[in-house]
Write a new protein. Structure first.
Length: 103
């Protein structure tokens, strides 16, 4: 079983999503975050679950799993699954690349 590690930016993405939803609907906020956590937990046992994801200039085997309106972007390392971002799929995808390059 692989360990799942979240980068600081990925954690912030999850916290910001939760805070945003919490103001609108606390029950929905809990459900959404739970769905993201469950997807992350599944990666421990099935790290290749997500579709391959081309991070342009970055190296490594990147994959992503879609959870509702968000994409959980991660890299498979030798001993861990590293979650880089939790990206809102409704945003401009070109804005994602600079964010990934600084990880």
């Amino acid at each position: 079983m692989m360990k799942v590690k979240w980068t600081g930016p990925a954690r912030r993405d999850l916290v910001e999503l939760h805070e945003y939803l919490l103001l609108r609907d606390p029950v929905a906020a809990r459900r959404y975050v739970k769905a993201v956590r469950e997807a992350s937990d599944r990666l421990e046992e099935f790290p290749e679950l997500g579709a391959r994801f081309d991070p342009r200039p970055l190296e490594g085997e990147f994959r992503s799993v879609v959870v509702r309106n968000h994409r959980l972007i991660y890299r498979l390392d030798t001993d861990a699954v590293v979650v880089f971002r939790l990206w809102d799929c409704r945003q401009d995808p070109d804005a994602l690349w600079p964010l990934l390059e600084h990880e």
